[in-house]
Design a protein around this ligand. Sequence first.
Ligand code: SAM
Ligand code: SF4
Length: 324
Amino acid sequence: MLDQFGRNINYFRISVTDQCNLRCIYCMPDKGIDFLKEEKLLSFDEIYKVVKIVASLGISKVRITGGEPLTRKDIPKLIHHIKTLPQIEEVCLTTNGIFLERYIDELIKAGLDGVNISLDTLKDERYKEMTRGGSLEQVIRGIHLSLERGIKRVKLNTVMIKGENDDEIMDFVELVEKNPIDVRFIELMPIGEGKAFQAVSNDEVQERILKERDLIAYRVENRRLGPASYFKTPHSKGRIGFISPMSHMFCRKCNRMRLTSEGFLRQCLHWKDGIHLRKMIRDGMEDKELKKMIEKGIYNKPNKHGFKQNCIDEDSKRMFQIGG
Ligand code: SAM
Ligand code: SF4
């Protein structure tokens, strides 16, 4: 459906947990996190109820994210269930990739269409440091398996941080040249732990690539692609994408709504308002009423994010809680 600014909202991101098996330095603190108690998490039945409603309102693509979604049991079952909805054309997953090799076959059987793997460095030791303990080897095996098993879309999400990994920009470009995968450079946002680091703007990333390669704009026909702009180098097998929430406000092209793991319908990544669906569902609100609330929520999506206004309180700001 169209929101009040005429944007076609067709993409729904669901965070299924705030837990994670890694502690990426710019996303999660090492200790002292107050994770949600199990009873506060939306159950799979509750998630399905919401997806059924948003599907009837025009959502055709769903992404499962977190925290780390593969730390929650039975994610393939949830994907399979969502895929039974006739309006849903695509279900994708965003993961750190550590558990991919364990679950890839079940995920494919469930109907997974695409996987985004977050990977900020191609160096073993650095990966261990940036994730506070993760194994790069495991992630690389997961990426290869996803390609081998024929997942339609395999994309890497890469956040460049000054002084941490920004010497690896060309290593990622070379990876895309040799393999049929996309790398998307996502600008670091000043959320939670991210505030302690210095972002590298995508203008700078592009400039650095342009010193060594031509970048050919790649027109994407997929109407659900949203805010990324894509390029190829003359011989690349995959594409290079740029998602630039900070340097080029992408909100005009935003096509998404979010559901947090505690059942909060969030109209924007960085916005204070939203709808507490869990309470409404558990208080027994009928689907017809829920649909009206959600429809209103979609229609009232704000026209742009509030990073510059710093408009949500500290607790609700972190990426692993919102679902990045
Ligand atoms: N655990 C999964 C993963 O890492 O892919 C899914 C959730 S994670 C919160 C989703 C994405 O958010 C990751 O690609 C991560 O790099 C990104 N992210 C986390 N904090 C961020 C920040 N402050 N700015 C930009 N991206 C961030
Ligand atoms: Fe976990 Fe993903 Fe955040 Fe890293 S980016 S700490 S993997 S939720």
